[in-house]
Write a protein that binds this ligand. Structure first.
Ligand code: LLP
Length: 400
């Protein structure tokens, strides 16, 4: 058990060995088929985490100019960077062209026109892929589904021909291929099988090869096991990549790219928090932690369930609502969850916080920014916030 004494809570705790094992397995399985992985840095842009992934030879998938900047700072090769997003600003497009990244994944005909104009003014040719909205249901929470007509993402099929014509008639655009991303936390392979069928059809029907398309980017979305993260820490990448190899029917020479985020980093992180109070309510008991939705907003935003453990207690099981200190009624990590008898000062860990936790932090209530602790070989190897902890921690409550 790692000794966290003296470290200011809340903090994110990253297991770098698990991260390396996960990334190594994903790379090895993708390599079997010559597939290329870009790390979706939106999942976690921590330089230590991103640096480990860069060292494993992956590219980066970005959705803002600042993510492109961060990826370059971390050392991802510029020609391994792809940039998607429905609302790229002129400044961001110019920045991507300045840096000569691999590809802009365009999400509308209107955006293509703007990129063409900007590239023209610069006397350059912008490499683009068209992000398609394939109308494939991802079978995930509706807030993290992206590939349906109701979603703002991608070019819908009725507009694809116009987009392809625009690419071939524009002097300042080079068409590389198609991009898809149907959603996130996809727990089964079924939606991906359906996606492969759609891709095969679209590639043929729209003569993508004849337009010069040789890049197929399938996005990310592969889910992790939030219910049993300790029993199932690394996703089944073998089955994931084999599915595409078995189901894609594309011309030889087509490059297949992926943009994995959560599946690479989700399980390597935990949010560690101290119990401030255990409060008796009416018909329930609350555990109030010093972490809140500001450090992990997934439960309040998508009703996401994260496993929570109390590493300080081995008492009798009790049922609690685990809540944060933020002034929002949705600042709840779990309702009616069972923990060993919990008291003020205990350390709580919220598991599966490597993805979309630290990268989605809020400053609401002027909350402090949580630090990070990195672990390797069962030991703390570095800590980002080293200030002394508040002595009020030693004051114990009389009730609760
Ligand atoms: N590619 C594109 C174009 C994306 O929009 C995303 C995620 C990814 C790749 C990576 O997806 P992943 O492999 O991580 O599922 N905040 C939400 C997830 C939002 C995902 C946004 N896009 C959550 O906490 O569940």
């Amino acid at each position: 058990m790692v000794d966290f004494t003296g470290i200011r809570t809340p903090f994110y705790c990253y297991d770098l060995d698990l991260l390396r094992d996960t990334v190594d397995l994903a790379s090895a399985e993708a390599d079997r088929y010559g597939y290329i992985i870009h790390y979706a840095i939106k999942a976690n842009n921590d330089p230590v985490i991103a640096g480990i992934i860069r060292d494993r030879g992956m590219g980066a998938d970005c959705v803002s100019g600042n993510e492109v900047r961060r990826s370059i700072e971390v050392g991802f090769p510029v020609r391994g960077i792809v940039f998607a997003g429905v609302g790229k600003t002129d400044e961001e497009i110019n920045f991507a062209l300045d840096k000569d990244i691999f590809c802009l994944n365009c999400e509308s005909v209107e955006e293509l026109q703007v990129i063409n104009e900007i590239a023209g003014r610069r006397g350059e040719i912008a490499r683009v892929a068209l992000r398609i909205n394939p109308a494939v249901p991802a079978g995930t929470h509706r807030h993290i589904t992206t590939g349906m007509d109701e979603n703002k993402f991608g070019i819908s099929l009725p507009h694809l021909q116009t987009a392809l014509d625009l690419c071939s008639n524009s002097e300042n655009l080079e068409f590389l291929g198609l991009h898809f991303h149907i959603g996130s936390q996809i727990a089964s392979l079924g939606p991906y099988r359906e996606l492969c069928e759609r891709v095969n059809l679209i590639w043929k029907e729209y003569n993508i090869e004849e337009y010069g398309g040789y890049v197929l980017n399938l996005g990310g979305g592969y889910g992790i096991d939030y219910n049993d993260p300790e029993g199932n820490p690394i996703p089944d990448f073998a089955s994931f990549f084999a599915l595409f190899s078995d189901n894609l029917r594309l011309p030889g020479g087509t490059e297949v790219h992926f943009e994995l985020g959560r599946s690479l980093v989700g399980q390597c992180g935990r949010l560690v928090s101290r119990v401030l109070y255990t409060k008796k309510g009416v018909g329930k008991n609350f555990v109030i932690t010093d972490a809140g939705m500001t450090e992990l907003m997934r439960p309040s935003l998508y009703q996401a369930v994260h496993r929570i453990i109390n590493i300080s207690s081995s008492g009798e099981p009790e049922t609690y609502d685990v809540v944060g200190p933020v002034c929002e009624s949705t600042d709840v990590f779990a309702r009616d969850t069972v923990l060993p008898l919990t008291k003020r000062g205990d350390l709580i860990q919220i598991l599966s916080c490597g993805a979309y936790a630290e990268s989605m932090t809020l400053r609401f209530n002027l909350r402090d920014t949580a630090g990070s602790v990195y672990i390797s070989n069962g030991e703390i190897i570095s800590v980002t916030r080293t200030e002394a902890i508040d002595t009020s921690e030693s004051v114990s409550a009389t009730i609760g």
